[in-house]
Design a protein around this ligand. Sequence first.
Ligand code: MSP
Length: 511
Amino acid sequence: MSFVITTPLYYVNDKPHLGSIYTTLICDSIARFKRLSGDNVIFITGVDEHGLKIQRTASNKGVDPQSHCDEISDIFKQNWKSWDITNNKFVRTSSQNHESIVNEFYNRVKASGDIYMGVQKGWYCVGCEEFKENPENLSSYKCPIHQKNLEWKNEENLFFRLSKYQSQIEELINEPSFIYPKERRNEIINFVSKGLKDFSVSRTNVSWGISVPDTKDHTFYVWFDALLGYVSAICPNMSDPSLESSINNGWPADIHFIGKDILRFHAVYWPAMLLSAGMDVPKRVFGHGFLTREGQKMGKSLGNVLDPNLLLSKYGKEAVRWYLLKDISLGSDGDFQNKRFVDIINNDLANTIGNLLNRTSSMSRKWFDNKVPDTYELIIDNTLQLCCNEAVEKFINHFNLYELDLAANVILNLAINTNLYLNEKQPWKLIKDENNISIVCNIIYDVLESTRIIGLLLLPILPDLSSKINMQLGSLYNKNESWNDQLNWGLLKSKSNLPAPYPIIEKLEYE
Ligand code: MSP
């Protein structure tokens, strides 16, 4: 089965911050999970390079917009490499092939009779690249997200007949599977119920954009252009891009992962544009929460960003991935706090999972000649087997519902329960009596097997730690066999060698 997943296309007004890393890590983890589950994944990310915000950023730097975009887009690519992001596509909206897709799409929308010339007046936030409704309700005409002054605009623009799609959009957003999480659906239903207004899709005062065919001095509104990046990314043949080839190669997207601030664009404007062009709408849109720092949205424009590369070099990607994916429920906001970060990594990864592996493999190596013990069928205690089977089922269900935090907690709980089992059984006491050897073999085998399953379950979330765990058990994930099958109980080979141990995760220090 094919599965198309997208991150938003990030503005290149600055290098990535932890908020952008957050969305990308979520998508990466889901893409990894889907691949492990046997799907043919197209994982799209990229950059949104046009518009007033980027034009101004380049001009403030005193460079031409294209060079600015080249520089920042390279930084994004480099970042995704250092975070081991497994995207198959990286789209740039300043590329030639993207421009062809935008033009072809626009011609289809125009042919549907959905474009007309009008006058756009209103208060605009350059940070959001969006007109704000009811600005009189905003404190001193400031954008609540960017805390910057809104700007008055009054110009001739081309409009898209969004209002024509009122009933189709209502039907779509009422589909329970379309907007996730469900709390966000109500916001959109409420917005649409007020009546959809046509919106402007061109600008006359922005030179840094794709020129609208046959319309002098107009460039496309950056959102009209950027949303189409998802379609151009899928295009298999970059030298001959066309909507048809994107459609044949996997469009529509199975899921767009985006922050809650841009849900309207993805769940309302975008589907209407696609309907107008005779294309399928995305199957699902997930609006995740914001990452905050000390309670305030982290953002480039707000100047309170955490440098992800600093976190990466200081703590490593596994620690950051675990914190962001396990500690924050996808739909909700999550606050980044240094102390909590250090505590979680030390408790979950070092003390619980790392320690489980260390102590069990040390006991096994010491008592069974550096090997996994042999098992004895006479003794029947299937406690851990049942725990593992249940954990695997729950983990897969949570992942399929995009409940990544709950999935991660399933692994953690399995490790906690396995540690408890070991503490209860106290094999270090039993081993003192030779008559207990078969019982000890079974206990240690079961605990090692449970640890192997913990390692395998970690694969989509913490790929490096997962390999380290399974390497130490001498039982690496086999790429040529199904991951699901390898999650079955009892596959750790009795009497196989246990490699020499080394620390799989370092404890973190408070700053
Ligand atoms: N360029 C548009 C998206 C176009 S998609 C066709 C855009 N870019 S952005 O760089 O400003 O934001 C990209 C994403 O990052 C958005 O989903 C936004 O919600 C998300 N985030 C920005 N700051 C964030 C946090 N502090 N926390 C989590 N996500 C954040 O919007």
